[in-house]
Design a protein around this ligand. Structure first.
Ligand code: BES
Ligand code: MN
Ligand code: ZN
Length: 497
């Protein structure tokens, strides 16, 4: 799908050829006399277009308007959340006709966050999964024009949003693929496609290297599977070489049976999504490659299956992690933390400015927060604040959870330094406390995306979250850093266009 940014006033939008024209109308009336403004004013006056966010009215081939169909939709205050709701609602209104060419136009001036929200919601609403459905119809929307009052002023926000869309869709794609089409080796190959020979480098380690590094905890989870594990190391260099990177660590369990502590059969298929943390790291790198912000980022992805065979890890087994702590595996289904702890230890070698791990870690987090907000755990106030803010800005929200030391008490073991589970109570927090034991002396945050990474039921599918949050955070951080030399900025802008 191809997005184009244009300066379009409502009179200009009237002559924009499209299968459908979506007009995002805030509650500020325009008062102009052109056809679209008058229809809008008329609909408002007649009560056919209430000022409530997401309310819409459709028109078929209205006089003096080039588009086949017009959807007028209310965006109320024009905040990103309202824009998102409105775009999704308008899609429901035109959905039946499957437009190829779409124009989405703001009736009033829109700020940067509203522009981002419109682009991302348009992409979200039109995404279609086809990788293992060769006969299915591909995405019908091929071309989208985003009309704003001043395209030059909206350019940066638009480019950022386009990069986020590329990243979100990369994450959705890999999240959605079934486990036999998304093995650890396939994920590693997908990561290699992100390397561009200049800013992004990718290195993949296999079982031998992992054994040599002493990642006994990660290797133990992989040992019951016929698929060899992979450890993916991605590096994005957008700032000076010596600048400390942000390290992103993504849980890449390509299928989670629970292991010997087997999961129940119902909905077990959804455990193909247990690599959505990894997919969000890949998606973030996809966006970085397109946007080229002035920041250094490292992506670490431990990836394997959690399966059962004669070699599988057993409850009670004690494994030795890369940092030397021994772990009693009381439940083989608490495997995410077992692969992440070794990746967190590995992160120390980058002397990071911050480490953020992203994981579909606990069912308990789904119980606590549902599918609206991801769980955010952070050892550092500034990092927590920045991630919360990035979540609000990108409509990819999270909610701060506690890390009091008392929550870690249940992890005591009689046979190892630590057990991999505590009691049922506060399960999302005890999992985070386990991870915290492996974090070095740098700001750390953990995002539990178990409830937000995918949807169940008839809309079953990956959401691409939290790519929007992560990219927003990284852009903000790059923007706050000292500027790159002018030459570097210029070239990055050219190639982003
Ligand atoms: N991948 C699951 C977490 C999960 C469960 C995500 C359901 C989304 C929906 C994770 O590996 C897991 O199995 N966690 C266990 C931990 C427990 C054994 C302490 C859980 O949440 O049940
Ligand atoms: Mn599990
Ligand atoms: Zn899992």
């Amino acid at each position: 799908m191809d997005f184009q940014l244009k300066t379009l006033s409502l009179p200009q939008a009237a002559s924009e050829k499209a299968d459908a024209l979506i007009v995002l109308a805030s509650n500020a009336a325009t008062g102009a006399k052109d056809a679209l403004s008058q229809i809008l004013a008329g609909a408002r006056k007649a009560g056919d277009l209430p000022d409530k966010v997401g309310k819409w009215v459709t028109l078929y081939r209205p006089a003096q308007i080039a588009a086949q169909r017009v959807v007028l939709v209310s965006i109320g205050d024009g905040k990103p959340a309202s824009v998102r709701t409105a775009v999704l609602g308008a899609f429901a209104a035109v959905g039946g006709v499957e437009p190829k060419r779409l124009a989405v136009v703001f009736a009033q001036p829109a700020d940067a966050l509203a522009v981002r929200a419109a682009v991302i919601a348009t992409a979200d609403a039109s995404y279609v999964y086809t990788a293992t459905k060769p006969k299915a119809e591909a995405r019908t929307v091929k071309h989208v024009v985003l009309g704003v009052a001043d395209a030059a002023a909206a350019r940066t926000a638009f480019d950022e949003a386009s990069a986020m869309v590329a990243g979100i869709e990369f994450a959705k794609e890999w999240g959605n693929r079934p486990a036999n089409h998304a093995t650890p080796s396939m994920l590693a190959d997908a990561a290699k496609t992100l390397a561009d020979g200049t800013r992004i480098k990718c290195e993949v380690l296999g079982p031998k290297e992992i054994a040599k590094l002493g990642m006994g905890s990660f290797a133990a989870v992989a040992q019951g599977s016929a698929e060899p594990l992979r450890f993916i190391v991605l590096r994005y260099q957008g700032a000076a070489k010596g600048e400390a990177p942000v390290v992103l660590v993504g849980k890449g369990i390509t299928f989670d049976t629970g292991g010997v502590s087997l999961k129940p059969a119902a909905e077990m298929d959804e455990m193909k999504f247990d690599m959505c943390g990894a997919a969000s790291v890949l998606g973030t790198f996809k966006a970085l490659g397109q946007l080229k912000p002035a920041i250094n980022v490292v992506g670490l992805i431990p990836s394997c299956e959690n399966m059962n065979d004669g070699h599988a890890l057993k409850p009670g087994d004690v494994v030795t992690s890369m940092d030397g702590q021994t772990i009693e595996v009381l439940n083989t289904d608490a495997e995410g933390r077992l692969i992440l702890c070794d990746a967190l230890t590995y992160a120390k070698r980058f002397a990071p400015s911050a480490v953020i791990d992203i994981a579909t870690l606990t069912g308990a987090c789904v119980v606590a927060l549902g599918g609206v907000r991801s769980g955010l755990f952070a050892s550092d106030e500034a990092l927590a604040g920045a991630l919360m803010a990035a979540g609000e800005q990108s409509q990819d929200r999270c909610w701060r959870m506690p890390l009091d030391d008392e929550y870690g008490e249940g992890l005591k073991s009689n046979f190892a330094d630590v057990a991999n589970i505590a009691g049922r109570a506060g399960g999302a927090v005890t999992a985070a406390k386990f991870l915290q034991r492996f974090v070095g002396d740098f700001p750390w945050a953990h995002l539990d995306i178990a409830g937000t990474a995918w949807k169940s039921g008839s809309a079953k599918g990956s959401t691409g979250r939290p790519v929007g949050l992560l990219v927003t955070y990284l852009i903000d951080r790059a923007g706050a850093a000292p500027k790159a030399p002018a030459a570097a900025r210029k070239s990055s802008r050219q190639s982003a266009a």
